[in-house]
Ligand binder design. Structure first.
Ligand code: ADP
Ligand code: MG
Length: 540
């Protein structure tokens, strides 16, 4: 046998990048992702306009939204997007921060790699640093009581700043705090219980909190009552129609009498259904599927208020709010299965009519109705409000906050550096780089506000050295001050979560020294050995 014969273990269309190239290429991708959203950080951050392939536009300042909308293909870059998604799921706020820290951790790791520090030493150092950082965060956090409405409102304001809610942040923050407190059940908070509806038209200032469920649906038939009091509500998971669209039925008819007979039967079928609904005592019907014209007519005649094609999630919220059961089969419908509410009413807002179910059996049912001039505005406000809701939830769960505006990052960096001195070996260098990475947050906050980052960081550091642990940049006043006192505060959990996911991903990316990618026609990987990114990455 000829031993010069090449041996192929991978199929031809597989791209392989090994060792340093793989590492550098991944780091580069991660850095670019972080760089992309850097300018949106903080109250003075800029927005991005994202246009998809059918021309729909999103204008946003929200890190996770930007990254989700960008069609990112590079595998390491995708991992960065995952950090934002995790942060979004766990907290809601802090997505830009998490991705930026990860980007900086990798950039700084590259610096160490250049100095011939081995990746495993860097990851070890990062792991130690992340652990220590969380301990320090706990130590420097400040307790707040759930009774302290003002402090909570400040957290919501900090969460929303920079997201076009500026003029109305006091109003929105009150609304957010009230909403979260209302659904909180002995510290258990499920934000899915808060329904958010957006209405185009009217001013943002008319955004409101409704005790009850508001549905973006009108009654199906104008002859139905417009308002009910003492509503008894049937929640139906089946169509009030004859034809089941999922089963195509053929009927052969050979005489006009047969046709008439068939129609009569259909009518009778629907009439019976409505009769059964009426018999159960229901005067309102929310149906997840369709309602036939004829069924509508009979329902209206029976004085029943009905909505059709109500979203599953809304039916579920209604079930929780009114205490009703979702019925999958008409034979299950008994008076005990009905939900209760004081009123069910159709209310016209501008051009759209909506159904308000208020005075629910469960007083915790809530809807936030966001009103604004255009859908771009209402959508960005929704993101801002969701960040606020997430932060208030986090703050109430832990009862702990930290000073924002870079204060907490500077203090963490300072203490991590001190701690690094106690470490033997080269991990010390990694911990130092970790500290440096955290400082990128105040640096970017200052840069984005058009301030000189070097001056700001120098002053912040020196004041922290003198024991002012909560001193940060307040961009409402452009002053350096105690941000716990000035109310620029964030829940502890946004920071611990950001550090957790940022350090995990950066360590994971650092450990990769071999990328084997089958090229299923996608080009993301082909930047391969050269280390350059495909132009698409920066083209947004
Ligand atoms: P993220 O997606 O990470 O939440 P943001 O754009 O919301 O990004 O910016 C959050 C950062 O802005 C936090 O570091 C927070 O402390 C800071 N910040 C918020 N309000 C102010 C303020 N008034 N002054 C200074 N910094 C602020
Ligand atoms: Mg934020």
């Amino acid at each position: 046998m000829n031993d010069k014969q090449p041996i192929y273990i991978l199929p031809e269309n597989v791209q392989r990048t090994i060792g340093k190239d793989a590492q550098r290429n991944n780091i580069m991708a991660a850095k670019i992702v972080a760089e992309t959203i850097k300018t949106t950080l903080g109250p003075k951050g800029m927005d991005k306009m994202l246009v998809d392939n059918i021309g729909d536009i999103i204008v946003t300042n929200d890190g996770v939204t930007i990254l989700k909308e960008m069609d990112i293909e590079h595998p390491a870059a995708k991992m960065m997007v995952e950090i934002a998604k995790t942060q979004e799921e766990e907290i809601g706020d802090g997505t830009t921060t998490a991705v930026m820290i990860a980007g900086k951790l990798l950039e700084n790791a590259e610096f160490l790699l250049d100095k011939k520090v081995h990746p495993t030493v860097i990851t070890k150092g990062y792991r130690i640093a992340a652990q220590k950082a969380k301990e320090i965060l706990n130590e420097i956090s400040v307790e707040i009581s759930s009774e302290n409405e003002q402090a909570l409102e400040q957290i919501a304001i900090t969460a929303m700043t920079g997201k076009s809610a500026e003029g109305l942040k006091e109003r929105f923050s009150k609304l957010i705090v009230r909403a979260v407190k209302q659904i909180s059940d002995n510290g258990k908070i499920d934000l899915n219980e808060i329904k958010i509806e957006k209405i185009k038209g009217n001013g943002l200032q008319e955004t409101e909190l409704i005790s009850g469920i508001v549905l973006d649906k009108e009654r199906v038939n104008q002859d139905m009552p417009k308002k009910l009091t003492n509503a008894r509500i049937a929640l139906l998971d089946f169509a009030l129609e004859i034809k089941n669209p999922e089963i195509d039925t053929k009927v052969s008819i050979s005489s006009p009498e047969q046709l008439q007979e068939f129609i009569n039967q259909e009518e009778k079928f629907l009439k019976d259904i409505v009769e059964k609904i009426k018999l159960s005592g229901a005067n309102a019907v929310f149906c997840q599927k369709g309602i036939d014209d004829l069924a509508q007519y009979y329902l209206a005649k029976a004085g029943i208020y009905a909505c059709r094609r109500v979203a599953k999630s809304d039916i579920e919220k209604l079930a929780k709010a009114t205490g009703g059961k979702i019925i999958g089969n008409l034979n299950e419908l008994t008076p005990e299965q009905l939900g209760m509410a004081e009123t069910v009413e159709e209310i016209k807002n501008n051009k759209e009519s909506m159904t308000y179910v208020t005075g629910c059996r469960n007083p915790k049912a809530l809807t936030i109705i966001i009103r604004g001039g255009t859908s771009h505005v209402t959508e960005e406000i929704e993101r801002a409000i969701k960040d606020g809701l997430g932060d208030i939830t986090a703050a109430l769960k832990d009862g702990k906050i930290v000073a924002g505006g870079g204060a907490v990052e500077i203090e963490l960096a300072r203490r991590l550096r001190e701690f690094s001195q106690t470490l033997p070996g080269r991990e010390q260098l990694a911990v130092e780089q970790f500290a440096l990475a955290l400082e990128s947050i105040p640096t970017s906050l200052a840069e984005n506000a058009g301030l000189d980052p070097i001056n700001i960081i120098t002053e912040l550091k020196s004041r922290h050295d003198h024991g002012e642990k909560n001193t940060g940049l307040n961009l409402l006043t452009n002053k350096i001050e105690d941000n716990i006192l000035s109310g620029v505060t964030e829940p502890l959990r946004t920071k611990t979560q950001a550090i957790d996911s940022a350090s995990e991903v950066s360590m994971m990316i650092l450990r990769i020294d071999d990328v084997i990618a089958s090229s299923g026609g996608k080009e993301g990987m082909s930047a391969g050995a050269g280390g350059a990114m495909p132009p698409g990455m920066t083209g947004y």
